[in-house]
Design a protein around this ligand. Structure first.
Ligand code: PMV
Length: 325
């Protein structure tokens, strides 16, 4: 059996991907910028051999039919590239909850893409890996490169993510206030589809595109005030689009709002911290690592916060010999 194992981390977007320019190709309506989150990770082993069908086990449990189909469709892309028609055994483990707005599909499809291509003997460039991971889950393309990452679409409609700064560039940290790890009711796939039905969508896409150079500059200059303002505004706009889509999608809960208000109050009182929120109720709080302990302590004391995870800028997808059994 040809086997390989890869590790990948999820990422948190400062300017988000919400809505498609082309749904089938996962081409985003606007470019986005993110940071790889080091302490959350997915490790995936893919082995190809003489099997009757693809076998997919996630966190020790056979994958749901829908998840298995999604993985198989991605493996089909890799098989087509390699010109090899073998079925695969996929074993994947993550150290965090899937489907709770922590971008588990990003780390999952980044790790799957690297492991499957190497197991089939393909030697793809980072750009090729990123473009391929994108077809599994859009934001997965941003979990292939290291550190701070930008995802763009070129005029010829090629679309990949690339690193704009390595992890060690900035001692930023993301204190993630978990208010719920329940599986969200509407997946990001549903959110992307519904986005154009919101009258706010076009305005957000335009604003996100305009803000991108300032976001990149804020990262280059390690300017948290500039980055934080951009990230908060785009997060609120993304959720405003979701809440005004047809049908509306409410990812925020009362606990989400409580954390948002606390972050704003702490900042007004002098603590440099900003928030952003993905497609779920949990709140990502961005600060310099020097303030990480303080932010973590304050978040943990808020009612409704179940746990606080602290992530620093991480590396992109990579191979390991530590296979998932
Ligand atoms: O890659 P998807 O389809 O899971 O979409 C990701 C959507 C957000 O996490 C909300 C935003 C982003 O850019 O990561």
């Amino acid at each position: 059996m040809h086997r390989a194992t890869a590790i990948a981390h999820p990422n948190i977007a400062f300017i988000k991907y919400w809505g498609h320019a082309d749904a089938a190709l996962h081409l985003p309506a606007n470019p986005s910028v993110s940071m790889v989150l080091d302490c959350l990770q997915t490790r995936t082993t893919v082995g190809f051999g003489a099997l009757r069908g693809d076998e997919v086990v996630i966190d020790g449990v056979p994958a749901s039919p829908a998840a298995r189909v999604r993985v198989s469709e991605h493996l089909d892309r890799v098989r087509a590239l390699a010109g090899i028609d073998l079925r695969a055994r996929v074993r994947s483990e993550s150290n965090f909850a899937a489907g709770a707005g922590l971008a588990s599909s990003a780390s999952a499809f980044a790790a799957l893409t690297l492991a499957a291509t190497v197991a089939l003997g393909l030697d793809l460039s980072l750009e090729q890996l990123s473009a391929l991971a994108r077809l599994g889950s859009g934001s997965a393309c941003r979990s292939i490169p290291d550190g701070f990452v930008e995802w763009t679409v070129q005029p010829d409609r090629s679309s990949t993510a690339h690193s704009i700064a390595p992890p060690e560039h900035w001692t930023l940290c993301d204190c993630i206030a978990l208010v719920s790890t329940r599986h969200k009711e509407v997946s990001s796939i549903g959110g992307h589809e519904a986005a154009p039905s919101s009258p706010l969508h076009t305005a957000r896409v335009r604003d996100a595109t305009l803000q991108l150079p300032a976001c990149r500059r804020a990262i280059e200059q390690r300017n948290l005030v500039a980055l934080g303002r951009i990230a908060e505004r785009d997060a609120v706009m993304m959720h405003a689009v979701a809440m005004t889509s047809a049908p509306p999608i409410y990812y925020w809960t009362a606990e989400t709002m409580r954390v948002v208000r606390a972050v704003v109050e702490w900042r007004q009182a002098g603590l440099p911290v900003y928030y952003t929120i993905d497609a779920g109720p949990n709140v990502h709080c961005l600060c310099e690592t020097a303030y990480g302990d303080e932010v973590q302590r304050r978040l943990a004391s808020l009612p409704g916060v179940e746990q606080v995870l602290v992530a620093c800028p991480g590396s992109g997808a990579r191979l390991t010999d530590d296979h998932v059994s």
